[in-house]
Design a protein around this ligand. Structure first.
Ligand code: NAP
Ligand code: GLV
Length: 310
């Protein structure tokens, strides 16, 4: 079997090639730019493939996304139709995301940005916040990552809600489903976490109309995809005080351009798409297992629904 690997950074591509080659003895793993016989490629392992890269391989059996989202593959305007797209998910990814969500929800809950400002001013300023049970937090998206994030927040004692497309039952989490229950979900949410996939239905969902449906002074955390957020609407909501603080891990353009106002806005925390980034060691094992299973049986557990977009 021959596997072609592509990531935007060449050193990272080589890192993943070496890792996968070690885990797949007898297979041939090569960077996309070294493929001289496109017909021989069975699988492509990619992050943000360039338009047309995948269309070069006429005998492709499956595309493996190095990550949970498949939007970066579907973005390729020349993507060949009907080829299964396999997500890379696992306990490592969910654990990293639960750490990130817990950290930033607690940070907003305890108003750490204001506490740190007080320290900078040598000001002994005690900020007393409600106990977690009297703080309502909401998680949009209750899939692999969102469900675990919501369970973690409920475990910390927060009054926790979740929203998904279909009805769910998660211990300690009040679950809402579908567009019809979106308003009820948002009403009273003081800290909102986004863990939706990027699809036609969810693009731009974090806009002025959403911010207006949250209580005044709510905080938002976007750790899903940049295009979920309408940047200008967030900046306006921060300036008006409708939104107090935002933590953003993902952006329309990554790296976030140095002249983007988010970098220097006092109420915005920027992290560089690290909420739950899989590494070649753990990710390589998951991908190698999926490739072996797919080569053997023609399918595997983590095949996404490309029509649905996630
Ligand atoms: P997932 O397992 O596919 O779950 C997606 C969830 O979103 C499901 O609960 C789904 O509802 C819900 N959903 C989809 N469309 C919806 C809609 N229109 N309205 C309401 N709910 C909707 O995805 P995941 O593995 O949890 O990952 C979620 C996203 O996180 C990824 O797509 C990726 O963009 C992002 N991510 C970011 C990082 C990072 O480092 N920042 C790392 C990994 C992933 P149903 O359950 O009813 O289908
Ligand atoms: C990262 O953003 C992922 O989709 O896994």
């Amino acid at each position: 079997m021959r596997v072609a690997v592509y990531l935007p950074a060449e050193d990272k591509t080589q890192w993943w090639v070496d890792m996968l080659q070690g885990l797949l003895p007898g297979w041939d793993v090569i960077p996309v730019h070294s493929v001289d016989d496109p017909q021989s490629i069975d699988f492509a392992v990619v992050w943000r493939p360039r338009t047309g890269d995948l269309a070069r391989f006429p005998n492709l059996r499956a595309i493996i996304s190095i990550g949970a989202g498949i939007d970066h593959v579907l973005d390729d305007a020349a993507l060949p139709k009907g080829i299964p797209i396999i997500r890379t998910v696992g306990s490592d990814l969910t654990q990293r995301m639960r750490e990130y969500v817990a950290l930033h929800v607690l940070r907003h809950h305890r108003d750490m940005p204001r506490q740190l400002r007080a320290q900078a001013e040598l000001d002994w300023h005690a900020i007393v916040v409600p106990v977690a049970g009297r703080r309502t937090v909401g998680v949009m998206g209750l899939g692999n990552l969102g469900a675990v994030a919501a369970q973690t927040l409920a475990g910390l004692g927060f009054s926790t809600r979740g929203w998904a497309r279909s009805a769910k039952s998660i211990d300690g989490v009040e679950c809402y489903a579908g567009a019809g229950e979106f308003d009820a979900f948002l009403d009273g949410c003081e800290i909102l976490v986004n863990l939706l996939p990027l699809t036609d239905d969810t693009r731009g969902i974090m806009d002025a109309s959403l911010f207006d449906r949250l209580p005044q002074g709510a905080c938002v955390i976007n750790c899903a995809r940049g295009p979920h957020l309408v940047d200008g609407d967030l900046l306006a909501a921060l300036d008006s005080g409708q939104i107090k603080q935002a933590t953003l891990d993902v952006f329309h353009h990554e790296p976030l351009p140095t002249d983007h106002p988010f970098w220097t806005h006092p109420a915005v925390t920027v992290t560089p798409h690290v909420a739950s980034q899989i590494d070649a060691e753990t990710g390589g094992q998951i991908i190698a297992a999926n490739l072996l299973e797919f080569a053997r049986s023609g399918t595997c557990a983590d095949v996404a629904d490309a029509e649905r977009g996630y």
